[in-house]
Design a protein around this ligand. Structure first.
Ligand code: C5P
Length: 420
């Protein structure tokens, strides 16, 4: 699970309408509270059939708003004030019915009235049966709402509560959380030109997969989480970003051009084909070796016996991209995953590979960096004098490491001179 420091101190009004996915909104409230956000909840009558006001109140640590004509509520906080005393209004789950009301401007309960009265941005997380989602009425309503500037996250495809399969599952709490953070990031970035606009970035991520025969392969434990987070963060700062990735379970980062590969040789070809670039960040865990003479047919135990695998060294993509030449990116960043003597090994890697920066991290036993969500890194920068400068970063989520690295890259280019 990721951390989103930007959410600290933000005020959210969460509208929970009546769908089975309402239980996921309880997780969302807890996650938002963990990030330091204040969450005030409007629970519709149908919503209260799926989650209890008591659970909502306990998790949000606030009173739950349900009735439009409750005198007590009106004296404490009228629905107009309620709808405006937030930085962002989130509707999760957003049922087909509530979306229709929002599109039509109906106001017949507290949720729809607050949504009509609000002057704040709105994010909806639709959740419904697949046929309801695909119905032209719902699609028209969503079109109207997005045309008015309402943001949307999901719905996702998959198995639905009704037993059918289709598009209609509410986005997961973690995805909604990321969408909320992305909204606040956009606000923080303002409407001026983005710091990396006009720059091209190339990022490698994930493992590579080296076949032995048509069914077997050699790979590693890289999740791709860090590389994907970097690509996402560079794109958010305006860089035209290409992500060359081995197979991962990570969702495609928004606004990033994906090139999916399996082997190191394919990754190298994809990277070289993506040049020129201003920035290259090699976060992939590239297999050092591939199998020599991959078998064309599945190796058989009885026929082939125990095979002896002969390995050949893979090309070093980072070192290749770092080689001086007309297509060398102006800034090449590599990673060094080390289990001991981190800084020593990382600075010799910086020199050996010829890159400009190394992001060094400890992947020793007990660190859970591989496959985990958090990372403690040190940034080594090559200096003209030969001695690398070192910056230690605190333990951060991989998302935050990506964001901080993208900001450091933007600062580097800002210091280096004007945009091309
Ligand atoms: O040599 P080592 O694998 O420790 O170096 C790690 C760095 O080099 C990472 O940035 C990784 O993406 C990159 N690398 C590469 N091609 C390889 C091996 C490593 O780009 N064949």
């Amino acid at each position: 699970m990721s951390d989103f420091p930007i959410l600290d101190g933000k005020r959210l009004l969460l509208v929970i309408s009546g769908g089975i996915a309402a239980y996921k909104s309880l997780v969302l409230i807890r996650r938002l509270r963990e990030q330091g956000a204040a969450v005030r909840v409007i629970l519709t009558e149908a919503g209260a059939r799926f989650v209890t006001p008591l659970s909502v109140a306990a998790l949000s640590e606030d009173k739950v708003y349900q009735e439009l004509f409750s005198l007590t509520d009106e004296s404490e906080m009228g629905h107009i004030r309620l709808s405006r005393a937030a930085d962002l209004v989130v509707v999760a789950p957003a049922t087909a019915d509530l979306l229709a009301k929002m599109a039509a401007g109906l106001a017949d309960d507290l949720a729809s009235t607050a949504l009509l009265a609000t002057d704040k941005p709105v994010l909806v997380a639709p959740a419904m049966n697949g046929a309801m989602w695909e119905h032209p009425a719902t699609q028209t309503n969503i079109g109207i709402l997005t045309g008015r500037g309402v943001r949307r996250i999901g719905p996702n495809a998959g198995e639905l509560a009704c037993g059918e399969t289709g598009t209609g599952r509410m986005a997961e709490p973690e995805e909604i959380l990321a969408a909320i953070a992305a909204f606040f990031d956009d606000v923080a970035l303002g409407s001026g030109p983005l710091p990396l606009s006009g720059r091209r970035a190339l990022v490698t991520s994930g493992p590579t997969v080296e076949p032995i025969d048509p069914v077997r392969y050699i790979t590693n434990r890289s999740s791709g989480r860090q590389g994907h987070a970097i690509a996402r963060a560079l794109a958010r700062l305006g860089a035209q970003t290409i992500l060359v990735s081995g197979p991962t379970a990570e969702p495609d980062p928004p606004g990033v051009q994906m090139i999916r590969i399996e082997t190191a040789m394919q990754m190298l070809a994809a990277c070289q084909g993506s040049l020129p670039a201003d920035i290259a960040v090699c976060a992939a865990a590239v297999a050092d070796w591939r199998v020599k003479g991959v078998a064309g047919q599945k190796l058989k135990k009885d026929k082939d016996g125990t095979p002896l695998l002969e390995l050949v060294e893979n090309p070093d993509i980072l070192a290749t991209l770092s080689r001086p030449g007309s297509t060398r990116p102006a800034l090449v960043v590599g990673f060094a995953a080390e289990t001991q003597h981190i800084l020593e090994h990382a600075s010799s890697k910086l020199a050996r590979k010829g890159c400009d920066w190394i992001v060094a991290n400890d992947v020793g036993t007990g660190t859970a960096t591989f496959g985990g969500d958090r990372n403690t890194v040190h940034i080594l920068r090559a200096t003209p004098g030969g001695e690398a400068s070192v910056e230690d970063w605190p333990e951060l989520s991989k998302v935050s490491v990506g964001e901080r690295l993208a900001v450091a890259i933007a600062e580097h280019f800002a210091a280096a001179g004007p945009r091309p």
